[in-house]
Design a binder for this molecule. Structure first.
Ligand SMILES: [Zn+2]
Length: 231
């Protein structure tokens, strides 16, 4: 499976183009905030034959580029976490909600909504939806083979913000606990910043102390000495 990252827009969102080398199924995860990603994909040689667009959540920096992508790839099936519908529906005024009215965007078309554990078969490529709400009402992750695309659920050394409108901090904490039950060697592709693994984050991410406590795993400061890795 080929996984290519496109980092786009003012918020440096990572969008992911995934191509199954066997079936040639081609999937895009997240869209960026405008037409920048569509322009990138259009200029690839050869341009991808996109089968599906899977959204991790509906913040404008992840879902705001849907309309130009659907114009370029009208046959691509677009999939939204079902619980994310309220956030998706406010895309036309979401920029204003966040104090940046120029980032309000049209909604685009949703072909399918998914719930926890749903599997989407894209011409032989299997994507499993893992619901991890908290950053937004329906934020989720897509597990494809040994890859886990987590949107703004988890970052290398950090976690998604929960001080936004419609965020829920306690819910995000529970979602992270559930996510860290998945195999530690899954390759984590966050919506911003570098890749990591679940095992690396469980061992060292300063925002996962509640998960370590529940599992009886020592804090990094206990592992790395009295001064502590995190100062
Ligand atoms: Zn977000």
């Amino acid at each position: 499976m080929n996984v290519r990252c496109f980092t786009v827009g003012q918020f440096q969102v990572n969008a992911w183009l995934i191509e199954d080398v066997v079936s040639h199924a081609t999937v895009l995860i997240d869209t960026g905030e405008d037409d920048q990603l569509a322009t990138h994909l259009e200029q690839l040689n050869p341009p991808p034959a996109l089968d599906a667009i899977l959204l991790t959540h509906a913040h404008f920096d992840h879902a705001g580029g849907l309309v130009p992508l659907q114009r370029l790839f009208p046959a691509a099936v677009t999939v939204l976490p079902a619980l994310e519908r309220p956030m998706f529906d406010v895309l036309p005024r979401q920029g204003a909600m966040f104090g940046m009215p120029r980032f309000s965007r049209p909604c685009g078309r949703i072909d399918r909504e998914v719930h926890e554990g749903d599997r989407v078969d894209i011409n032989g490529l299997q994507a499993e939806f893992v619901s991890t709400p908290g950053h937004t009402p329906g934020q989720g992750c897509w597990r494809i083979g040994s890859h886990l695309f987590v949107g703004d659920t988890l970052f290398a050394g950090s976690v998604g913000r929960t001080d936004f409108p419609m965020s829920d901090h306690a819910q995000a904490q529970r979602s992270l606990s559930r996510l860290l039950e998945l195999p530690g060697d899954l390759i984590v592709h966050p919506g911003h910043g570098p890749d990591t693994t679940l095992a690396a984050e469980l061992a060292t991410n300063p925002y996962l102390a509640h998960v370590r406590r529940a599992k009886g795993i020592p804090e990094p400061s206990d592992v790395y000495g009295a001064s502590g890795r995190w100062g």
